[in-house]
Design a protein around this ligand. Structure first.
Ligand code: SAM
Length: 496
């Protein structure tokens, strides 16, 4: 009798940062219900005995957040009805990603960076979630900005109610821009908010981006600029230095668009959820402000809700001359978001000449793997690394390999960091893509096909090997840079 071949379940994409408290053990609703009577009333049991909550009930999601912050982080927390309620595992992923960026050696570390990390949370909200998590988990200090009275009042309350970290958190009011308001720029030049917006608009050329909602006029929307209160310029004070900024921006343009997910109820007022031009306009302003503030921050970061926006925002970053761009994907349940990070600090890492490693097989070691990780986590991360850039990426769990087919564009997206790092290291200017100095890095128009294999060497050490499919591929220089980029990414995530 022919043996019935069991179909292997493809492993799921990584959902959660490996250092996230919930990466191994998701929140245990039954336990929380037994410990916190206020939560118990929101928990019901399915026929097979599994505890659940009604995700469409704002009171239930808020109570879950409250008890998680209390139980797992020792934090006192509350928000008034209707304010945006954060999901704790999801927000923690962003904090851990920033922790990875700060720990990386791509850009120079501050001597005292471990002890005195200082962050800036753009739009901290009533929930003040990032300062609370960052301060309680990692001892970071924060300035959390916002412009609505309710957000400022409750963010302050949330900080104050946690005496052990309240000293680490400053909540800063952003003054709304009206026509008469005057802002002082860092060079001392006085400028009205309106003319400030215009001046930064001149610096960066707008791009057209396809819009998803047919109700908008695509021509008008593609060039929409953010018109709200200031974001960084005019809020960051003269001489202030930060290790990073972070932002969960108003993602949407309308409340209808914001309410498109009927499966959850996390609240959210119009001020929290929407702005003209949506996230693209908001993050564009962060980018423009960052070009002026430059090395006042080591890393600038933002969450991005739409992949289509990610691409155009990265183009914008190239225009303003950043030295490094990094992206990541945050997958939580059915929600997928991206993290975008950039810096103006010159890269510290040694730049490898494109001629050094024109090989078809390139390997590197992942040593000092943290205990909770295995080869499968690394494979999943490799798969997602290439998928994020749009390449086709197939994980085979039985052979411990990932097969990648990357078009010219995908390769460019992956190489983006490298090219910029090389530009910075050589001339401090952006080298055009046709320039001779970098032409050998550019993938052939046919793109690349390659396989990544992962082998366990000894416990805690993995060998990662990349093999190019076509040995005579004229762009093996690009291949070696892609593998370097992967190595860097995996080391951030898995090795400390
Ligand atoms: C999506 S909410 C994020 C709240 C919180 N950080 C979180 O992750 O749940 C966006 C927040 O940005 C605030 N906001 C909008 N424009 C702003 C600006 N120019 N400066 C500071 N905050 C702003 C809104 O009031 C809102 O609280």
């Amino acid at each position: 009798m022919p043996s019935k071949k069991k179909r292997r379940r493809q492993p799921e994409r990584p959902m959660i940062h490996p250092r996230n408290k919930y990466s191994e053990n998701p929140p245990d609703f039954a336990l929380l219900a037994s410990l916190y009577p206020s939560f118990q009333s929101f928990v019901f049991y399915t026929r097979d005995g599994r505890p659940r909550i009604d995700w469409t009930d704002f009171n239930a999601t808020r109570e879950l957040t409250r008890v998680l912050l209390l139980h797992d982080y020792g934090l006192q927390w509350w928000i008034p009805d209707g304010q945006l309620c954060p999901t704790v595992p999801n927000r923690s992923n962003y904090i851990h990603w920033i922790e990875d960026l700060l720990a990386s050696d791509i850009i120079v570390r501050n001597n005292n960076s471990k002890e005195n990390v200082r962050g800036f949370d753009i739009g901290t909200g009533a929930n003040c979630i990032y300062p609370l998590l960052g301060a309680s988990l990692l001892g970071w200090s924060f300035v959390g900005s916002d412009f609505t009275d309710i957000a400022l009042e409750w963010a302050r309350k949330n900080a104050k109610n946690n005496a052990h970290i309240s000293q680490l958190i400053e909540i800063r009011k952003v003054e709304s821009c009206d026509d008469n308001s005057v802002e002082e720029l860092h060079d001392g030049e006085l400028l009205s908010c309106e003319s400030k917006t215009e001046s930064s608009a001149r610096k960066v050329t707008e791009e057209a981006v396809p819009l998803h909602l047919t109700s908008f006029d695509p021509l008008a929307d593609a060039n929409k600029r953010y018109q709200g209160p200031p974001v960084l310029l005019g809020v960051v004070r003269d001489g202030e230095k930060f290790d990073f900024c972070m932002c969960n921006p108003p993602f949407f343009e309308t409340m209808e668009e914001a309410g498109l997910n009927p499966k959850t109820s996390c609240g959210g007022t119009p001020e929290e959820m929407i702005c003209p031009g949506g996230e693209k306009a908001f993050i564009t302003l962060i980018i423009e402000d960052s070009a002026v503030l430059n090395q006042s921050f080591r890393w600038y970061t933002s969450m991005v809700g739409r992949k289509s926006n990610l691409k155009s925002l990265i183009s914008k970053l190239r225009e303003v001359g950043v030295t490094i761009v990094k992206t990541t994907e945050f997958v939580q349940g059915q929600t997928c978001r991206w993290g975008l990070a950039w810096s103006f600090v010159p890269p510290a890492r040694k730049i490898v000449s494109p001629h050094v490693a024109e090989k078809n097989i390139i390997s590197f070691m992942l040593e000092g793997l943290q205990r909770q990780f295995s080869a499968i986590h690394v494979l999943q991360s490799i798969e997602s690394f290439f998928r994020t850039c749009g390449a086709s990426s197939e994980l085979n769990a039985s052979s411990f390999t990932v097969d990648i087919t990357a078009s010219n564009d995908h390769c460019k997206a992956i190489l983006n960091n490298e090219l910029q790092a090389i530009d910075e290291a050589t001339s401090c200017e952006h080298v055009p893509e046709t320039s001779n100095s970098s032409s050998s890095l550019h993938p052939h128009s046919n793109g690349l096909g390659f396989r990544i294999s992962v082998y366990q060497q000894i416990p805690g050490t993995l060998l990662v090997k990349g093999s190019l499919q076509h040995r005579d591929n004229p762009v093996s220089g690009a291949f070696s840079l892609i593998i370097q980029r992967l190595e860097e990414d995996l080391k951030f995530k898995f090795c400390r």
